[in-house]
Design a binder for this molecule. Structure first.
Ligand code: 6PG
Length: 225
């Protein structure tokens, strides 16, 4: 596990964008890129889209998604498309959404699409964020998908609100070549500390084969001893 601490959120965005472009450029063949949702990665995606990289070899997908229409303002896929993938030559695979479809059906179909794209390869890079409760992707504390050990993608819920989500599971995260967690802001400092102590869902991402990198600003790393 590697911890990189930056002075400011802007430095996190620039540093991570450069690192991702370098990883893609230094790779050979197809590159599977899992994109984090939420607000943290938006500025980084806007920098990454201007980086020189062989985007035509990259297939992007979503580490998690809200159960909303594709054009909904809360859609992670909409955010990823607007800030990054519509500006580069990378395909973005998004989970289906339909009022006549269940989250479980969508997650199963999405897993099939990811498996087809990977063709047995491990995802080269999965980007993740961190919630103040220590969740990552949509693996929330106390949620059912935390115990999933077979499927690579699953429907889940936020226990506090019963809001449905779709999420990469630990088997998919653990199988990745590399995981990058992007965090900034003092509001995340306790979640970072607790994660480094293995006390949160995000704190368990290092239990597989993936190389894990935490890219954190000074404020979010303030409680690390
Ligand atoms: C989502 C996410 C989620 C996010 C964290 C942090 O759908 O919200 O994928 O895991 O990464 O909640 O969110 P912020 O970056 O907005 O703080």
């Amino acid at each position: 596990m590697e911890l990189i601490v930056y002075e400011s959120p802007q430095d996190v965005s620039s540093g991570v964008a450069d690192r991702i472009a370098g990883l893609i450029g230094g790779s050979r063949g197809p590159f599977s890129l899992g994109l984090a949702g939420g607000s943290t990665p938006e500025a980084m995606y806007r920098e990454l889209r201007n980086c020189d990289a062989p985007w035509e070899r990259v297939t992007s997908w979503l580490s998690d998604e809200r159960w909303v229409p594709h054009d909904h303002e809360r859609s992670n896929g909409r955010m990823a498309s607007e800030t990054l993938t519509s500006h580069v030559a990378s395909d973005l695979i998004r989970p289906e959404f339909s009022p006549t479809m269940s989250p479980e059906e969508s997650a199963s179909a999405y897993e099939r699409a990811l498996r087809d794209d990977l063709g047995g390869r491990a995802p080269e890079l999965i980007l993740l964020g961190l919630g103040e409760d220590g969740h990552t992707a949509s693996l929330f504390p106390g949620s059912p998908a935390l115990s999933e050990r077979e499927r690579l993608y699953a429907a889940n819920v936020i226990p506090a609100t019963d809001e449905p989500r779709l999420t990469a599971t630990y088997p998919l995260l653990w199988a990745a070549r590399r995981l990058m967690v992007l965090v900034y802001g003092k509001g995340k400092a306790e979640a970072v500390r607790d994660s480094f102590q293995g006390k949160t869902p995000a704190g368990l991402i290092g239990q597989g084969d993936a190389e894990v990198e935490w890219h954190v600003d000074a404020a979010a790393s303030a409680l690390l001893s």
